[in-house]
Ligand binder design. Structure first.
Ligand code: NCD
Length: 439
């Protein structure tokens, strides 16, 4: 049990586990089979959708889900119509709006906004997309769509993530959950659009995966390189692992396309953004491959593909309200519908011995507050901002009881209990806080 406080709600796909997914998907399937059984399930409840970024599918599918469960909806679809336009902080807004409703869905441009907002509300908060960080309910929609297509069998499937991995929150959330489900993940970022190596390392470490390379001529047109990284469970034994050549990938079970996230400053250095065409989908690699996209789409996904039976992105979008009904039930009435509760996330440690979060888009920098941190990993311990997951430069650790500080990887530092830890980037910072060098 964590001694640190936890936050309720659904903020990140890191809070999902397989038993929770099973109960959620069983509930979603029952909602599809017998929708009228649920029509008054949340009668008397008020759900707020607070969206500070444009949205069609996410907001409307949450609202449709609330209505279909008999709940009432209050909404902010344009931040210019709220006091945010007068400079009101997110924390003040959350304190107020949370007293008007039983659950809030928040979409916000800054990384970690959802976790931060939940500190100021005593109701469950569901992340409807925060900056580049996460979009856990889109992941649930994506997984439910694949769950139906694959009869719940994820283990050993191969899924490729294509396009803007650096700025897309949907792929980030999805990668974590696919790894948890034993899926092999091929990474196909457009040129200059790869995500931070530290994020990928965290997935590999957390699920004890293996990172290697696979090749295919199609990859060159997408990424500029015919070889691509694949992360997969270590248990998969393949004869091509022991050769010296990079093995050719034979087939893909799903391809997850994304658009260039221009609103987050993304620019494509290649003349064409990676996507598919009627010619590309004739390639043997994609013979049995499902095409998914969180939408909205741009040139990466031409409408000439829509009638292909492998194109399931509109089915995926149609699953949005169903999955989000199940999320609302899990948060507000789980015990009545055999649903596991939403899992809490550690709120992190508030010992503020570090300077500002290195991520310029972290909500802590925009609200002008100190950020909490958490420790990740056992063997390879790293420190993360608890709001936006940015990896922190920590070279020294002070101990609150001895007032000594030590090198991060020393044995003495590893023995300090989390509640006594003061992480520092530099010796001078530790000394300025009154700690003396211990070893
Ligand atoms: C995504 C988002 O907002 O992150 N859209 C969505 O929620 N379906 C993807 C995107 O906008 O590209």
């Amino acid at each position: 049990m964590s001694i640190l406080p936890t936050i309720d709600g659904l903020h990140s796909s890191e809070a999902l586990n397989t038993t929770f997914l099973e109960s959620l998907f069983a509930c979603a399937a029952d909602i599809e089979a017998q929708p009228s059984k649920y029509s008054q399930a949340l009668s008397g409840k008020v759900i707020a959708t607070v969206f500070s970024e444009p949205s069609t599918r996410t907001r409307l599918s949450f609202e449709s889900a609330a209505h279909r469960l008999g709940a009432s909806v209050i909404t902010v679809s344009d931040p210019k119509s709220t006091s945010a336009a007068k400079g009101e902080s997110l924390s003040d807004m959350m304190r107020v709006v949370s007293s008007y409703c039983d659950l809030m869905v928040l979409r916000h441009p800054h990384d970690g906004a959802s976790r931060y907002a939940s500190r100021y509300s005593n109701i469950p908060l569901v992340n409807g997309g925060d900056g580049r960080l996460g979009h856990p309910t889109q992941t649930l929609v994506d997984l439910y769509t694949l769950h139906k297509k694959w009869g719940g069998q994820f283990e050993g499937k191969t899924v490729a993530l294509l396009g803007d991995l650096a700025n897309g929150r949907t792929v980030r959330s999805l990668a974590w959950s696919l790894a948890m489900l034993g899926v092999r993940i091929v990474l196909l970022p457009g040129p200059g659009l790869d995500w931070a190596a530290s994020f990928e390392q965290r997935i590999v470490d957390h699920f004890d995966l293996r990172l290697r390379w696979v090749s295919h001529p199609l990859f060159a047109g997408w990424t500029g390189n015919s070889e691509a990284r694949i992360i997969e469970p270590c248990g998969l034994v393949q004869k091509d692992l022991f050769g010296t050549e990079v093995p050719k990938l034979q087939s893909l079970d799903a391809l997850y396309l994304t658009r260039l996230q221009v609103e987050r400053g993304a620019v494509s250095t290649a003349s064409i953004f990676p996507g598919i065409t009627p010619e590309i989908i004739e390639n043997k690699l994609l013979a049995n491959c499902l095409f998914l996209h969180p939408l909205p789409r741009c040139e990466e996904l031409p409408s000439s593909i829509d009638d292909d039976p492998r194109a399931i992105y509109f089915e995926q979008a149609a699953n949005g309200p169903i999955v989000r009904q199940a999320v609302f039930l899990a948060a507000l009435a789980g015990q009545d519908y055999s649903l596991l509760p939403l899992r809490s996330l550690s709120a992190g440690n508030n010992v503020h011995s570090l300077k500002e979060c290195p991520n310029e888009n972290c909500i802590s920098r925009h609200e002008g507050v100190a950020f909490p941190w958490r420790i990740f990993g056992r063997l390879r311990r790293v420190f993360l901002c608890s709001l936006c997951d940015a990896q922190l430069a920590v070279d020294y650790i002070g101990c609150a009881s001895t007032r000594k500080f030590h090198a991060q990887h020393s044995l003495t530092a590893q023995r300090i209990s989390p509640e006594n830890m003061h992480p520092f980037s530099q010796r001078t910072d530790a000394e300025a806080c009154g700690f003396v060098w211990g070893s």
